[in-house]
Ligand binder design. Structure first.
Ligand code: 6PG
Length: 271
């Protein structure tokens, strides 16, 4: 990951290939916001636009807030940015549970992105299956299609659930065997609620997939995802971009178990 943030004290440690660790959640948010700006420049220079799927949950909130600050907001050509979601809860957009609602409050209302460039999942639709179908049509209209017939995002942000779910792809779901649909509406037993989510083939079609992982409660699952071969693998372990990059940006709390299992450098003169 080239010249990240270009500010030495912000340089995260690459503890494993594609796994970068920052001191804390604030630095993690700043690192992610910094990379969003850099990747936006690169994509807009190359393709004239920047297609991004945002993640939900609580971890990306601080990054969204930072992107809306004068320091970052001015560095992004927002009229060329198109925002989508990786998944959504079956709640109205003004619900505190809504992934779109959170991003709207923290980011969309504070940056000059044209409303036509904001493509939310209408997962509150009583006919959620039809809404998923409509969302697939939106992706088909907006995004380039790769040679496998799947939409190609420049960037997809993902979170990591404590049991290894990502987007709304949960362990044991038959959706993990999906090979053709782009958008699906799984009923999540443990939540006894429906979700709308991009499917695995779409996540794997992205140019770049970035997991944002923060907090001690994620230390065990992050170690499992990156260090253990499970059969079947966890959803977060299954996201391997076909022709793209997969990155994990984590804070030290989330990487604690990984760091503890790292071979310790032999102090000079001790060998
Ligand atoms: C959602 C998410 C989900 C989330 C993880 C991590 O709608 O809940 O998209 O996949 O990213 O559950 O959530 P936290 O960031 O809140 O830990």
């Amino acid at each position: 990951m080239d010249g990240i943030g270009a500010n030495p004290e912000m340089l995260p440690r690459e503890i494993l290939p594609g796994v970068f660790v920052c001191a804390d959640a604030a630095e993690l948010a700043r690192l992610a916001a910094r990379r969003f700006v850099d990747w936006a420049w690169q994509s807009i220079a190359k393709d004239g636009n920047f297609h991004v799927a945002l993640s939900g949950g609580s971890t990306p909130r601080e990054m969204y807030r930072l992107l809306a600050t004068p320091e970052f907001r001015a560095q992004v050509d927002w009229p060329r940015v198109h925002l989508f979601w990786g998944d959504e809860r079956a709640v109205p957009p003004d619900s505190p549970e809504s992934n779109y609602g959170m991003a709207r409050r923290e980011l969309l209302l504070r940056v000059p992105i044209p409303p036509a460039n904001v493509h939310r999942m209408e997962a509150e639709d009583p006919n959620i299956g039809r809404a998923a179908h409509n969302y697939e049509a939106v992706l088909r209209k907006c995004l380039p299609i790769d040679d496998r017939g799947f939409p190609r995002f420049h960037l997809i942000f993902l979170g990591l659930g404590a049991e290894g779910h990502t987007a709304s792809l949960f362990p044991g779901s038959k959706l993990l065997r999906e090979t053709s649909r782009w958008v699906s509406t799984p009923l999540v037993p443990k939540l006894s609620a429906r979700r709308m989510t991009l499917t695995l083939p779409v996540l794997e079609g992205a140019q770049r997939v970035v997991f944002l992982v923060s907090g001690t409660e994620k230390a065990s699952i992050l170690h499992t995802v990156l260090r253990e071969q499970l059969d079947p693998p966890l959803p977060a372990q299954m996201v391997k971009p076909r022709e793209g990059e997969r990155l994990f940006l984590a804070d030290e709390a989330a990487a604690a178990k990984l760091l503890a299992s790292q071979p310790q450098p032999i102090p000079k003169g001790k060998s």
